[in-house]
Design a protein around this ligand. Structure first.
Ligand code: ATP
Length: 600
């Protein structure tokens, strides 16, 4: 190789020794022949320590391993690619980049190059290896990679469409939400003009928010309404959007973050419905009407239950008729539970519990401003019961105007919210209950005949409790068990005298009254036999005001007598009459004498 006159006076060793890059030279036997100043500075190992040794690896690794220079000299020492990441190799030069652990404990990312030195005959006489510290760049690259990853996962998980466009209005970024909202894969969208995704009628307005000439510092613009976008299939939808100018690498861009307003409306509606449903479900959980708890042994009730099971599988409206407290609501729940709609909810409305003007809004819902106080739109119970069952209790109390609307829902399954013009369609099964005689109500003009006939397709008459005396002991024991458990009290049974009492009573309040009587007795009785001493004898007709009332002494005598019968005339002891009456046994004995009570 021709030499410059000056370089002839510069021996290669001197050049290597002083060059500002860390380097060492090995001879053909892998012994260090040069360990330059920069290498000594980098590794902290001096030339004196290293010259002549084959321990040069100590400068870069904690364990013995062939350096790049060794591999270049002798390829049998190992495979370059498997020993070093990012390795590349040509006949006389090798390159690698990797993390090294230096003797002073520093971890550095070194870029290492090695080249063979041959003599004039082409024989390998030595190898030179250089090391350049690229730790800082490497760490920056890593941080950049991580932040890009974070950025792209934020973009991917965002619910809003995030789009960036360049000065030509071409899309440069189109996140996953944008792909979902516009129904267009990002590979296709990128490079397209944004105008392709805007409804043509809104283009002028849209372009007003993109101005690449305005200063970057100008604030973002939020456009809550008035703009509509266009999906890949041409379908248009209203959007709200934020426009923000930005500059990246001297390139001016605009970021547009937008969302489908319909999506938000649908989500808000869903939330509304779920909240309402939650309220109703809570009511049901707190409700006492559990069809699993239906108790009955009488022939009359068994017939009713057979009909319940038959009608449950259909969508036919059911009209439950019967006195108050006979179990109409419990049967309505049973019909719903046995029906194919049981996975949806049964919504209840008590027509007697709300004033006539509110009941319509409760049933059909209202639009905002439909009447004074209607500050926001509200869904009615028909909408809530969609797919399920609506139970209308005390149907006989429904106003004539609400009856007309109810008839329309029954016939067409459609209605409008109060103050609304949109016709809503629902799929609701109706169960109604009343203790009024609807036929009489029809003749009196208080109930629409057409609605009555529509509802009367499957009337179910629930017998009064006094008509099914076989159910009385069964129900009484069921309620005894229920309330004893609730009040953590122990009872073995109901006393025979009390059972007799229950049979003789007329039960104007039916099962509900029986339930209340047992609950009260459970509170008052010490047990273990339940005493129900408070019932008046048979009340078959209303007590005449003129009828002579018993005196206090008569009542006391009757009450003591009943208690004594119930305890089989046992006076003292924990199960005795005195304990039940909360009296001293001697006091009870003297009262018995005074009131003329004796076993005979
Ligand atoms: N056969 C039964 N087995 C167990 N509990 C019953 C039975 N029948 C009624 N009940 C209970 O009696 C109470 C009254 O029943 P329900 O509310 O169903 O009567 P209703 O006929 O709908 O009354 P109203 O006409 O006053 O609305 C409820 O607590 C119910 O659980």
């Amino acid at each position: 190789m021709p030499k410059h006159p000056i370089s002839e006076n510069l021996p290669a060793e001197l050049l290597l020794e002083h060059m500002p890059v860390s380097a060492f030279v090995l001879d053909a036997r892998h012994q260090v022949v040069i360990w330059n100043q920069a290498c000594a500075e980098l590794t902290g190992l001096t030339a004196e320590q290293m010259l002549g040794s084959t321990e040069h690896w100590r400068g870069f690794y904690t364990e013995r391993r062939p350096c790049l220079a060794d591999l270049l000299l002798d390829s049998s020492l190992g495979d370059l690619e498997s020993l070093y990441e990012q390795a590349s190799h040509s006949s006389a030069v090798s390159h690698t980049e990797n993390w090294c652990l230096l003797p002073d404990g520093r971890r550095l990312y070194l870029v290492i190059d090695a080249g063979l030195i041959c003599n004039a005959d082409g024989a390998v006489v030595a190898v030179v290896e250089t090391q350049r510290d690229r730790t800082e760049q490497r760490l920056m690259m890593q941080a950049l990679g991580e932040s890009e990853l974070r950025m792209s996962s934020i973009l991917a998980s965002a619910l809003d469409a995030i789009i960036t466009i360049d000065q030509q209005h071409h899309i440069t970024l189109f996140n996953d939400a944008a792909a979902r909202i516009f129904q267009c894969i990002s590979e296709f969208a990128i490079g397209q003009p944004i105008e392709r995704f805007i409804l043509p009628q809104c283009l002028n307005l849209f372009q007003r928010f993109i101005n690449f000439d305005q200063p970057l510092s100008s604030a973002q613009t939020w456009v809550p309404e008035g703009l509509s976008a266009r999906r890949a299939n041409g379908e248009s939808f209203p959007i709200e959007a934020t426009f923000s100018p930005l500059e990246v690498n001297e390139q001016k861009l605009y970021t547009i973050i937008l969302r489908d307003v319909n999506d938000r409306r649908i989500a808000a509606e869903k939330l509304d419905r779920l909240q309402l449903e939650k309220g109703y479900l809570q009511e049901i959980i707190n409700d006492e009407h559990n069809p699993q708890d239906f108790v009955s042994a009488s022939v009359l009730m068994r017939e009713v239950m057979a009909q319940v099971r038959m009608v449950a599988g259909t969508d036919t409206p059911v009209l439950l008729l019967g006195e108050t407290g006979t179990g109409k609501e419990l049967l309505a729940r049973a019909i719903h539970e046995y029906s194919p709609r049981s996975s949806a909810i049964m919504v209840k409305i008590n027509c007697a519990a709300l004033p006539a003007d509110l009941i319509e809004s409760e049933l059909f819902g209202h639009e905002k401003g439909a009447f004074t106080g209607a500050v926001q739109q509200r869904k009615g119970r028909f909408e809530l019961a969609d797919g399920g069952t609506l139970f209308m209790d005390e149907l006989g109390e429904l106003s004539l105007s609400a009856q007309a609307k109810l008839l329309r829902v029954l016939q067409e399954q459609e209605f409008e919210r109060l103050g609304g013009s949109e016709t809503l369609h629902v799929n609701v099964r109706l169960i109604a209950a009343t203790n009024r005689d609807l036929a009489t109500e029809v003749s009196a003009g208080r109930f629409r005949a057409d609605l009555f006939y529509r509802l009367n397709v499957f009337p179910l008459q629930i017998p009064a409790l006094r008509q099914r005396s076989a159910d009385i002991p069964l129900l009484a024991r069921f309620f005894l068990h229920k309330y004893a458990k609730k009040l953590a009290k122990r009872f073995t049974d109901i006393s025979p005298a009390s059972l007799e009492n229950l049979h003789n009573y007329a039960w104007p309040g039916n099962v509900r009254e029986l339930q209340n009587v047992i609950e009260r007795a459970v509170i008052l009785s010490p047990g273990p036999l339940l005493e129900i001493a408070l019932l008046n004898p048979v009340v078959t007709e209303p007590t005449a005001v003129t009828k002579a009332l018993p005196t206090l002494a008569e009542l006391e005598r009757e009450h003591i007598l009943r208690t004594l019968r119930a305890t089989h005339w046992q006076i003292s002891g924990p199960k005795g009459a005195a304990a039940i009456l909360d009296l001293n046994p001697n006091t009870l004995r003297s009262r018995m004498v005074k009131l003329g009570i004796s076993k005979t």
